[in-house]
Design a protein around this ligand. Structure first.
Ligand SMILES: [Mn+2]
Length: 330
């Protein structure tokens, strides 16, 4: 075993003993939870249940409706709607790159709280009492799979479905560069357990709701380009959500329609808010560092995916932001 692998096994064991030696846990993933966040939450819930431990599963926000098929998904409390009535000493934080990503749930941490931090973001600052961080994991569920497998615990079909869901969503359907041989080995094992890979891909990646489609129609009708075709953008106004019945969830992935046009280097999505602000999402094909662009507007993110929030309505901020991207492209 390499030193790297040995260190990982040690981390897996420390994380497991954190759970095995305590009881009464609060399990939380990041605000605006995605497929990996919710899958990881239910997997931890499943594991703690197997260990005979008490746990409360929470998130600041609601579980996206398309993830409601996951086991235990309906037992995740939305703290924004149902505040917790007591504090917790034993916390498990999953898929959160930093403490702030926990959101308002952190108000329910006891002063002497001990926190197990499990995550795969390279920017994780190890804010836990115990940290299990593996930046080369495609998803947090991959780390949880390794943890469970290392203990020799067998996954049932529902737990396997949760692992598959997290892998599928965080690898964009096994397409992103984080789709390693290890990811495919795990996926293969999950299919063997009986997970229906094609049904999940159909449900999570292909199917659209009618409101989502109507929102996409509107957005695409506004798709615009700079003269050289290197920057593309679309925008959504608050009225679009009201008119189409779409929700914030349905905005996910819209920016890719701008980025994925041949020749486009940066795709931008503008979303107007009710209070006169504009949320901007940037995606870069690689030449422009959009994190730096977002930073000039007080935002941040990754080199190829970033965002910011600007005061002013959509029509008033478009050209200013495009100019700034143009400068970043050089
Ligand atoms: Mn993740």
């Amino acid at each position: 075993m390499t030193e790297h692998a040995a260190a990982y096994v040690r981390q897996l064991e420390e994380a497991y003993s954190f759970m095995a030696s305590r009881d009464d846990f609060l399990v939380v993933s990041h605000v605006q939870p995605d497929g990996d966040a919710i899958s990881s939450t239910v997997l931890i819930g499943w594991l703690l249940g197997r260990l005979g431990k008490r746990a409360v599963l929470v998130n600041e926000g609601a579980v996206p409706s398309r993830l409601s098929y996951l086991t235990l998904a309906d037992s995740i409390t939305c703290v924004k709607e149902h505040p917790l009535d007591r504090s917790f000493t034993h916390i498990i934080s999953i898929d959160c790159a930093d403490f702030r990503r926990i959101g308002i749930v952190s108000q329910s941490f006891a002063e002497d709280a001990q926190l197990l931090n499990i995550d795969h973001h390279p920017t994780n600052d190890a804010f836990g009492t115990v940290n299990l961080i593996r930046p080369d994991a495609a998803a947090t569920v991959e780390i949880l799979y390794d943890l469970i497998a290392h203990q020799g615990i067998e996954l049932d079909l529902e737990a396997a479905t949760a692992v598959y869901t997290g892998l599928l969503t965080d690898t964009g359907g096994f397409r992103y560069s984080n789709t390693t041989p290890h990811v495919m080995e795990i996926a293969s094992e999950l299919l063997r357990i009986g997970v229906s890979g094609n049904q999940l891909a159909d449900h999570l990646l292909e199917k659209m709701t009618m409101p989502q489609l109507r929102l996409l129609q509107r957005a695409l009708s506004r798709l615009s380009f700079t003269d050289d075709g290197r920057i593309s953008w679309l925008f959504i106004e608050p009225a679009d959500l009201a008119d189409t019945g779409a929700t914030g969830e349905d905005l996910e992935g819209l920016v890719n329609y701008a980025l994925n046009v041949e020749g486009v280097e940066v795709g931008i999505l503008y979303k107007g808010t009710e209070d006169g602000h504009t949320k901007v999402s940037f995606r870069s094909a690689g030449k422009a560092n959009v994190a730096a662009v977002a930073q000039t507007f007080g935002g941040g993110g990754h080199v190829r995916a970033a965002g910011c929030r600007i005061e002013g309505q959509v029509p008033d901020v478009i050209s200013m932001v495009v100019e700034s991207v143009r400068r970043a492209l050089g």
